[in-house]
Structure formats: structure tokens, C-alpha cells
Design a binder for this molecule. Structure first.
Ligand code: ATP
Length: 615
């Protein structure tokens, strides 16, 4: 079934081995993917296309597959390489298509030609760059046939809108590679064995990619060494930021002890700053990356300057997992995230910096040529402390306590809050349960925030998708907002609540300034609206951290519909905490997490009732 669609996605007459991939084959695939809502069919279509690309690539050619994958996820380079997004060029493209007069039939577009031109557009900057971009776009569009122009325009807009998330592209890539290898080796596998290999393949690529998130590295290795051997050839590499490990929320210390009973664990301060992954290559080059793999060296020139002082002589290449926290140098006191967020994000000059930062290192993932992900946290922590040193106000190790009783944890939690932290991170210390799990929200890391203890629950990160005009004094700004969570599986934003209380006039004004330019004339197709009726819709881009009193089932909103019940889940008394500009809309809280929160709250309530009954 995985290859059932090769005939459909191929172009008329096909293309020969070693010939460039026709762009028309990709856009034909896109059009078919867009026309179906069935996930399996979408994956089968993409698998069929990528399979053809592999089959028809000359030996040693990895570029065709690499560029095909990039165009499918609408990117031109790895995240950290920082090619600019071209949001505003969609319109330029649409207008120039209308004014085209074609005198002769141009040669059909190839995938590599389109890729090279999109890259050139992204790299063009400076004097008269807009004119240069327009001329490249005009040239491209003049050569378009059938669906091609539509997808070039969408690529330029930054959204393909075919309902194909990156994770399904990864699955299709794995399936295509397994099937092409099988064909080449002329293997006869039973359907069960084939199914097993396909599943294994997808897991291998997912896991390799979370450690080395760069198709530039993974795809050539995949073609050269085969999928089964990929792990040996694609390992964590300084300079390529890996996807960070994340934590699960807990509501009570009892829950922590239930989970970690009889296991060794450690509690660390949960610092209130910004995640920073610090890399040093063997040649001495240093990089700092955000939670989203963005290069932050321009934001933190001071960190770059501070860093050498904390590195001991025995340390050459490394990857550190840290939190960058605002600090008052005079008193040594930590300051909340709000202080840090006042710093400019780009082109910061060391001499202009008001808010200083201190790095708190909590993990060491790579040291002197060797990945440490599969060492225990105990071992990683020992290496961390051995190879780095504390520099007052600049670098320190995350404060930790390996205490084990409820009272000890409670005391450490209170201490952490007094010291300006959000609470604790509780982590498994030994056995394979303490290995570093890139990109996983793992049960082996639990977060215990002071807010949870007050019964408020974990905060959610939600996307602002709509606005309601204000009343009374607030008529010239939005007075309330429609929020949504993000479902990565269906690539949909699902509405979850209206939020409108607790904003000061000043805050409303600043939200208005940010959101007004994002107004849309109609709601986007990937917002599952339900019964919500905001006055205006926004491009889903801005993420807010929000707290809620509790969660309830709702006939109006669509979040997590079908997970707990047919009805969706909504927030009661939502409260705005802060803007999360380190998160993109796709990083917003997902429906599974919301369903989990709803269910654990229901469980807590029923336990509470039982207790009362027992009395
Ligand atoms: P997400 O879980 O989606 O990352 P978030 O970004 O809101 O949500 P939290 O879940 O609240 O973050 O907590 C995890 C974050 O806490 C880490 O990403 C890191 O930035 C920060 N952090 C602070 N101290 C530590 C620590 N000692 N160990 C691990 N993470 C820490």
C-alpha cells in the first residue's frame, strides 16, 4: 500500500535515472495530497514520490532527495542556519503572475532549479534586493505549468497548506528508503516483515533526526549507508543543535515520589530564564542555540565573551544544556524572565547591555569528541562538574539536592522559590531511565512549579487566533481574544477559550499593536473553529502562556475533541501570564496534553470526593 500511488504521482512518460527531478512531479504530488483528508493516503502519496526520486537518482546523488524533502517541509536549510522567511513575497508573486505574457513555451522547471532560485531569493539582501527578488520570481513563474505557480506562490508565502506535517514527511522518507533498499537487494519479505521494517525505519529516522536535526547530514548518510546503519553515522555533532528534552508536569510531591519510588533521583532548581544550548567545536568555534534551535549568538554576545572563563583546560569540544538567567551583578540575585525578555533579540552590543545573564548548566551532552546521551545523568553530571568551573555571576551548575523524603523536597522547593526560581525539576539519576532523550517530553523529568501547589495547574502555551472588539473605554483596541492549541498530527489549530479579563489598558494596547498587522480577511483553513465567533481573525503566530482555574468540557470549543469525549475541552477563568516569543505557533500545547490535564484533574476531584466519603 505504501507504494500504491507511484503511477499517480509520476509525470507523463516519467523521467529517466540520472535526469533532474521535474518540479511538476512534486507539485502533482502536492495537489493529490491536498485533495485528500486521509492521513494514510497522504503518506502513501509522498512515499511514492520520494521512492521515485531515490530510484531515479544516479549513484552518489543525494541532492535530489535532499531538495525534495526540503521543498516538502517548505524549508531551504536546517533551522539553525537562519535563512530568512519570506512572508511578504507571496503577494508579489501573485501579482507578477497576472501580468505575465509568455511569447514562447519555456523549458519545464526542475526541482533543483526551483530550489536554487528559492534559496537565492532568501539569501538576497541589501541594496535593491526587492527588485532582484521580483525578477527571480517573475522568471520562475513564467516557466510554470499546471499547478506549479500555485505551489511556488505558497512556498514564498511560507505555507504549503497541504496538511502534511513534517513528521509525516519523515515517515514517508523512511518508508521510501526502506522500499528502495528492499528493491535494490531484491529481498522477498513477508507482509509482516515488511510492515515491521517500515515501522522500524520510521523510528530510526525520527530518533536520528532528534539527535542530529539536519537533513543535510542525515540524507546523504541514509543513501550511502542504508537505514539500518544510520545511527552509527549520524550522531550528535557540536554545531548542530539537538532538540531539547522536555519535562512532564506534576501537581504534588506525592506524585513525584510515586513515580520515582525506590529509584535514585535528583531535584534541581528550575531556573526562570531561557533555555540555552551551548556548543563548542574542536576548532574552538562557539555557538548558543535557543529551545527552537535558533542561533542566539547575536542576542548573547556577552555570553560568548564570558564562556571561555568557565571552561577548564581539559575541555575541548562540548554541548551543554543550560538555562540563561537574568542576574543582578551587584547583589548576585536572580531576576525573573521578564527582565531577560527586555533584552533585544538581535545585534546586541556588549557595551549596551543592561541586563546581565548567568548560565546555569544542568546537563552535558557531548564532551571531547564523544556523545554522552547514553550515559546516566549521574555520570554526565560528574563530567560536567569535572570539566567546567564556577565563575561568580557568569556560570554555575544548577543547584541540586538528592533528598528523598517529602519534607526534604518541600524544603528545597521553598528554597528555590525564595531564590527566584520557578520551582524544581526532578530527574531520574541512574539506569537507562536517566539517559538524555532528545525532543521527548519525558516522564523521567518532572517539573514541580510553585503554581501547581496552589492548585492552579500547569500553564498552557496557546496561540492567539481571533480578537473581539472592546466595549466601553476599550473600543479602539481588542478587548478579548480567542485562543487555540495546536495539533501537530492534523496540523490544525483547535480553539480552546476566550480570554478577556485581567488586562490593563496598557497591555491591551500593546497586544493590539502586535496583533493588528496579523489580521486576516477570513479564517484560515487550518483553524478548527467550532462555535467561536470572534470579530476578527489573526494569522496564528503569537503564543501566550496562560494559567487556568480548571478545565471543563465544552460544546463550543474544539480543543482535544474526541480524546476524552466528543465534546472539546475549554479553560475556565483563563489568565494571561506572558508572551512566549521563544515559541512558534507549532510549539503550542497539544490536545493530548490538554486531555491529560483534564483527566488528571478529574482523577484528583474523584479522589477528593472519595476521601470525604470515607470520613
Ligand atoms: P516545555 O515543557 O514545553 O518546554 P516550557 O518551555 O514552558 O515548556 P517548562 O515545561 O516550564 O518549560 O520547563 C522546562 C524548561 O525549564 C526547560 O526547557 C528549561 O528552559 C527550563 N529549566 C530551568 N531549570 C532547569 C533544569 N534544572 N533542568 C532542566 N530544565 C530547566
Amino acid at each position: 500500500a505504501a507504494l500504491s500511488r507511484t503511477a499517480d504521482v509520476d509525470i507523463k512518460g516519467g523521467w529517466k535515472t540520472g535526469e533532474p527531478v521535474p518540479y511538476a512531479a512534486l507539485t502533482k504530488t502536492f495537489a493529490l495530497i491536498e485533495a485528500t483528508t486521509k492521513r494514510l493516503e497522504k503518506t502513501a502519496l509522498l512515499t511514492s514520490f520520494l521512492y521515485l526520486v531515490i530510484q531515479r537518482s544516479a549513484d552518489g546523488d543525494f541532492k535530489s532527495l535532499l531538495q525534495a524533502v526540503y521543498l516538502c517541509i517548505n524549508r531551504l536549510s536546517p533551522d539553525y542556519a537562519d535563512l530568512k522567511k519570506e512572508g511578504d513575497l507571496g503577494l508579489v508573486a501573485m501579482n507578477s503572475k497576472n501580468s505575465q505574457r509568455v511569447l514562447f513555451k519555456p523549458k519545464p522547471l526542475t526541482l533543483s532549479f526551483v530550489f536554487a532560485n528559492l534559496r537565492e531569493i532568501a539569501l538576497t539582501s541589501g541594496h535593491s534586493s526587492q527588485a532582484k527578488k521580483v525578477s527571480i520570481i517573475t522568471k520562475l513563474l513564467a516557466a510554470c505549468q499546471e499547478f506549479e505557480a500555485k505551489y511556488i506562490v505558497r512556498s514564498l508565502e511560507g505555507k504549503l497548506r497541504i496538511g502534511n506535517a513534517e513528521r509525516s514527511v519523515v515517515v514517508a522518507l523512511a518508508h521510501a528508503a526502506v522500499l528502495a533498499e528492499k528493491e535494490k537487494a531484491d529481498k522477498k519479505w513477508s507482509p509482516e516483515k515488511l510492515a515491521k521494517r517500515l515501522e522500524e525505519g520510521a523510528n530510526i529516522i525520527k530518533s536520528v533526526y532528534s539527535e542530529l536535526p539536519s537533513y543535510d547530514e542525515v540524507i546523504p548518510a541514509l543513501l550511502k549507508h542504508g537505514i539500518q546503519n544510520l545511527h552509527e553515522h549520524c550522531k550528535l555533532t557540536p554545531g548542530v543543535p539537538l532538540k531539547p528534552m522536555l519535562a512532564k508536569p506534576t501537581k504534588a510531591i506525592g506524585e513525584v515520589l510515586d513515580r520515582f519510588e525506590n529509584k535514585r533521583f535528583t531535584c534541581e532548581y528550575k531556573y526562570d530564564g531561557e533555555r540555552a544550548q551551548v556548543h563548542r567545536l574542536a576548532d574552538g568555534t562557539v555557538g548558543v542555540f535557543s529551545r527552537n534551535s535558533e542561533d542566539m549568538s547575536k542576542k548573547y554576545p556577552d555570553l560568548m565573551e564570558q564562556l571561555p572563563r568557565c571552561i577548564k583546560d581539559s575541555t575541548e569540544s562540548f554541548v551543554l544544556d543550560c538555562e540563561a538567567v537574568a542576574i543582578d551583578r551587584a547583589t548576585g540575585k536572580l531576576m525573573p524572565f521578564q527582565e531577560l525578555s527586555r533584552r533585544k533579540r538581535k545585534d546586541v552590543k556588549v557595551e549596551d547591555i543592561q541586563v546581565r545573564v548567568c548560565l546555569f548548566a544542568f546537563d552535558l551532552l557531548y564532551l571531547n569528541g564523544e556523545p554522552l546521551l547514553k550515559k546516566t545523568l549521574q555520570e554526565r553530571r560528574e563530567l560536567l562538574r569535572k570539566h567546567f568551573q564556577v565563575v561568580a555571576g557568569e556560570f554555575d551548575f544548577a543547584k541540586s539536592s538528592d533528598g528523598e523524603t517529602t519534607d526534604e523536597i518541600q524544603a528545597f522547593l521553598e528554597q528555590s522559590v525564595k531564590d527566584g526560581c520557578e520551582g524544581l525539576m526532578v530527574k531520574m539519576l541512574e539506569t537507562d531511565a536517566s539517559y538524555y532523550e532528545p525532543s521527548r517530553r519525558s516522564i523521567n523529568w518532572l517539573k514541580l512549579k510553585k503554581d501547581y501547589l496552589a492548585g492552579v495547574g500547569d500553564s498552557l502555551d496557546l496561540v492567539v487566533v481571533g480578537g473581539y472588539y472592546g466595549k466601553g473605554k476599550r473600543t479602539d483596541v481588542y478587548g478579548a481574544f480567542l485562543l487555540a492549541c495546536y495539533d501537530a498530527d492534523s496540523e490544525q489549530f483547535q480553539t480552546i477559550c476566550k480570554i478577556g479579563t485581567g488586562f490593563s489598558e496598557e497591555v491591551l494596547q500593546s497586544h493590539y499593536d502586535v496583533l493588528k498587522p496579523l489580521e486576516l480577511t477570513k479564517v484560515r483553513g487550518d483553524v478548527k473553529v467550532g462555535g467561536a465567533k470572534p470579530d476578527v481573525w489573526f494569522e496564528p503566530q503569537v503564543v501566550w502562556e496562560v494559567l487556568t482555574a480548571d478545565l471543563s468540557l465544552s460544546p463550543v470549543y474544539t480543543a482535544a475533541q474526541g480524546l476524552v469525549e466528543e465534546r472539546g475541552i475549554s479553560l475556565r477563568f483563563p489568565r494571561f501570564v506572558r508572551i512566549r516569543d521563544d515559541k512558534s505557533a507549532e510549539d503550542a500545547t497539544g490536545p493530548e496534553q490538554i486531555a491529560e490535564m483534564y483527566e488528571s484533574q478529574a482523577l484528583a476531584q474523584s479522589k477528593g470526593k472519595k476521601k470525604k466519603g470515607d470520613d
